[in-house]
Design a protein around this ligand. Structure first.
Ligand code: HEC
Length: 207
């Protein structure tokens, strides 16, 4: 579900950026033909649909994001998008090039931040060292980024932990060594933490 929304959000964002960039070119360089094209009813409906999709999927993703993944960068990104909307509305409506340019710059900056945010390391050694309960170890290691807080997320091709049929030994092996898109946690977990984390992962099945 989350993955579906994420793909939808990314698609909407890219369409939105491309659309606004072309609209901005038409306005900035006074390309009358292109401006008339963007003023067409069908294009205005298209614009409404992609901006709604972009915002609605964005809100869904934000609300359902694991709390440990909510970083300052994310809030800045959201603030930039929210600031750029009124600027874009007024700028394009009144043909104000400065406002329109500002709104495009804010959106592009926000997109850049989103890309930077993606490169955040998944394994967080500092927080991990101090975690002493299964739940905290799961959070500190950012397992929820792919598996979600409830184990059901399946982002980045992760498996649903609530319907996993692996034996305890296999779970431990996979946590230590990783598999495909899942990183291994050999260097971040103590033996005690691995045991607690495996207990915690097994509780997802009972929920
Ligand atoms: C970058 C994303 C990612 C992160 C972070 C991640 N996993 Fe995974 N996990 C996966 C993927 C992908 C698979 C499926 C691997 C495969 O079988 O191809 C998986 C599979 C598993 C499985 C096996 C499920 C099954 O039935 O096959 C367990 C258990 C598991 N992960 C636990 C964890 C735990 C605990 C953490 C945190 C310490 C964690 N994962 C962090 C992506 C991730």
């Amino acid at each position: 579900m989350y993955t579906g929304f994420l793909h939808m959000h990314k698609t909407a964002v890219i369409l939105f950026l491309a659309f606004y960039f072309l609209k901005w070119i038409a306005l900035t360089f006074n390309l009358e033909g292109m401006k008339t094209f963007f003023a067409k009813k069908s294009l205005r409906i298209f614009e409404m649909v992609i901006s709604t999709l972009f915002l609605a999927t964005g809100i869904y993703l934000m609300v359902n994001l694991a709390p440990e993944m909510r970083s300052n960068l994310l809030w800045i990104k959201i603030a930039l998008v929210l600031t750029s909307i009124p600027l874009a509305v007024v700028g394009f409506k009144r043909g104000n090039k400065i406002l329109a340019t500002l709104s495009v710059l804010l959106i592009v900056a926000s997109y850049g931040l989103a890309e930077m945010h993606k490169k955040r390391p998944i394994v967080n050694k500092e927080k991990t060292v101090t975690a002493t309960t299964g739940e905290d170890i799961y959070k500190a290691n950012n397992c929820a980024v792919c598996h979600g807080q409830d184990g059901k997320l399946m982002l980045n091709d992760a498996k649903d932990l609530t319907s996993s049929a692996l034996s305890r030994a296999d779970i431990e092996y996979q946590i230590l060594n990783g598999k495909n898109a899942m990183p291994g946690y050999k260097n971040t977990l103590t033996t005690e933490q691995l045991k607690l984390l495996t207990d915690y992962v097994e509780t997802f099945r009972k929920k």
